[in-house]
Design a protein around this ligand. Structure first.
Ligand code: C5P
Length: 224
């Protein structure tokens, strides 16, 4: 069977990452979390007090940015590393969540990260999730999925995920963050979030996790 590229895009908190991860596992593919890359760049700028409105500072700082992924042997889960440091937990906190969409509007940041994402997908057999994967990163991906879900459903799921990691965040804060990010992501000039013409739309509001995973795996088999 031919290996393909599966691009999964959609609004914040639709469960793209967990779905993409499970799809990759079922197919024996590599999962790449492009959002983790934008989050890592954001953390890097915060840690180094980079003025994101100063283009030269951003460009210089991007030169010092190395993002990689490694599987944690204990959990079997993929974790994100920023310049050799495990930042998997730090990149998910609200400080980064509240700033990442602003950072993601910057052209230089997108160019640097898109180039890395394209290199990671070269060998195929990849599931990548994000906002512009089917439109910009892999416009020729064999399978494109666009995930949506009701805002409150998404916020409750995200609250549960954060609680499982020991972070108690009020529901309204999460609703505000998701709505703000959707707005910034959809209206930005550089590669805005939108459904690729040839993407299959899946509304997960009333789907169980297994159902959404199986749906994509089935589409993948039909495409291979
Ligand atoms: O996927 P996740 O919610 O972790 O992504 C965090 C943020 O990174 C998004 O809200 C968006 O601003 C940005 N992002 C992006 N393009 C991608 C992936 C993420 O602009 N391909």
């Amino acid at each position: 069977m031919n290996k393909i590229v599966i691009a999964i895009d959609g609004y914040s908190g639709c469960g793209k990452s967990s779905t993409a991860k499970a799809v990759a596992k079922k197919l024996g593919y590599t999962y790449i979390d492009s959002g983790a890359m934008y989050r890592s760049a954001t953390l890097h700028f915060l840690n180094h007090s980079v003025d994101i409105y100063n283009e030269q500072q951003v460009i210089d700082s991007l030169k010092q940015l190395i993002i990689s992924f490694q599987i944690n042997p204990a959990s079997g889960l993929q974790e994100t590393y920023l310049n050799g440091q495990n930042v998997e937990s730090d990149i998910r906190n609200m400080r980064v969540s509240n700033y990442v969409s602003e950072v993601s509007t910057i052209k230089a940041v997108r160019e640097a990260l898109v180039a890395q994402q394209q290199a990671l997908g070269q060998k195929k057999g990849v599931v990548m999730d994000g906002r512009d994967i089917g439109t910009v990163v892999f416009p020729h991906a064999e399978l494109k999925v666009f995930m949506t879900a009701n805002l409150e459903v998404r916020a409750r799921r995200r609250q549960q995920e954060l609680a499982e990691k020991g972070q108690e965040v009020p529901l309204q804060d999460i609703i505000n963050n998701l709505a703000d990010r959707d707005k910034t992501d959809s209206t930005r000039k550089e590669s805005p979030l939108m459904k690729a013409e040839d993407a299959v739309e899946i509304d997960t509001s009333h789907l169980r996790f297994e159902e959404q995973v199986d749906k994509i795996v089935q589409l993948a088999h039909e495409t291979m």
